[in-house]
Design a protein around this ligand. Structure first.
Ligand code: GRG
Length: 290
């Protein structure tokens, strides 16, 4: 698994480095690169490739779409760490972008990474049919805005120190984290020109994978060590964050996550041995320490 992740990370980073090199230079490039190349796992790109494998899709196209996703992910982490958001000083074992470059620069570097995702997908060198390109951009935009990660982040912040129902916590985590995973699961079907119903089915699978990912992240915060995680742990309780652990307890949350894995595997069983890459990724997501 780690070998596969490393290959995807190398291929994604080399695409992104080349893409940036071909652009005109600016002062924001250094903080943008700091947020982009500071050692993320590239798990979202792995999911894209796992789902792409189910449909025999071209690896290079999936890497380009994954590169756009990683730009949005990097932006969301830079903004998430800001004092007005989760106020974190360490990310991936290094000072957060605003600690290294200052708050205003971090905001602008994050904004520029967000827009870079759309530059990558709309670029003329990404040679796919125009209607498919348009559908991909439309979907990733929807997943990033008020109905997706930004909206989920709003809920996360507004739920602090409040008693929140399980349904609301799931809604918040599905938006904040799940929507980008939904895009990763829907994108291969969009590339294959599948119908709306099929795309929606895979978006729902992505939402469940994202929820599993966030629950695992909450478990790391609850029990994991800061040195393994590369970020401070034990923060959720201090900040009064609404998580499934705060509602169901540690053991029941682990059961909940294991049931999610069973449910997702059941939904992809019809793809036979092609689905084993995704099954492996799901176990990795729950067992990971960072
Ligand atoms: C400021 C307009 C505006 C919007 C804010 C900040 C934000 C939008 C959304 C935050 C969403 C967020 C950070 C969700 C947490 C998701 C999560 C668990 C991230 C960690 O992902 P990993 O473990 O990170 O894949 P690596 O380091 O491996 O890349």
């Amino acid at each position: 698994m780690q070998k596969k992740l490393n290959k995807i990370a190398t291929d994604t980073n080399s695409f992104l480095k080349k893409f940036i090199q071909q652009q005109k230079k600016s002062e924001l490039i250094i903080p943008m690169q700091y947020g982009l190349f500071s050692g993320g796992k590239k798990i979202r790109s792995k999911i894209l490739i796992d789902i792409g494998t189910l449909f025999n899709l071209n690896y290079k196209s999936l890497i380009i779409i994954g590169a756009a996703v990683e730009c949005i992910h990097a932006y969301s982490l830079i903004h998430d760490d800001l004092p007005c958001m989760d106020n974190d000083t360490i990310r991936r074992g290094k000072p957060s972008t605003h600690i290294k470059f200052g708050e205003a620069t971090a905001v602008l570097a994050g904004n520029s990474l967000l827009t870079m995702a759309f530059e990558i997908l709309s670029h003329k060198k990404f040679k796919i049919k125009t209607n498919i390109k348009n559908d991909l951009i439309n979907k990733i935009t929807e997943c990033s805005g008020h109905l997706g990660i930004a909206g989920g982040q709003y809920l996360d912040l507004s739920f602090e120190h409040k008693k929140v129902s399980k349904k609301k916590i799931i809604e918040m985590e599905t938006k904040k984290t799940g929507k980008l995973f939904s895009f990763c699961c829907a994108a291969p079907l969009i590339l294959k020109n599948k119908n709306e119903k099929e795309i929606r089915k895979f978006e729902n699978i992505g939402a469940e994978i994202g929820l599993l990912f966030q629950v695992a992240d909450d478990l790391i915060d609850y029990k994991g060590s800061s040195s393994d995680a590369g970020k401070k742990t034990g923060k959720d309780k201090k900040k009064g964050k609404a998580t499934l652990i705060s509602l169901l307890g540690h053991e029941n949350t682990i059961k909940y996550a294991k049931n999610l894995i069973i449910r997702i595997n059941y939904k992809i069983r019809k793809y036979g041995s092609n689905s084993k890459n995704l099954a492996e990724t799901l176990n990795y997501i729950l067992d990971r320490k960072k």
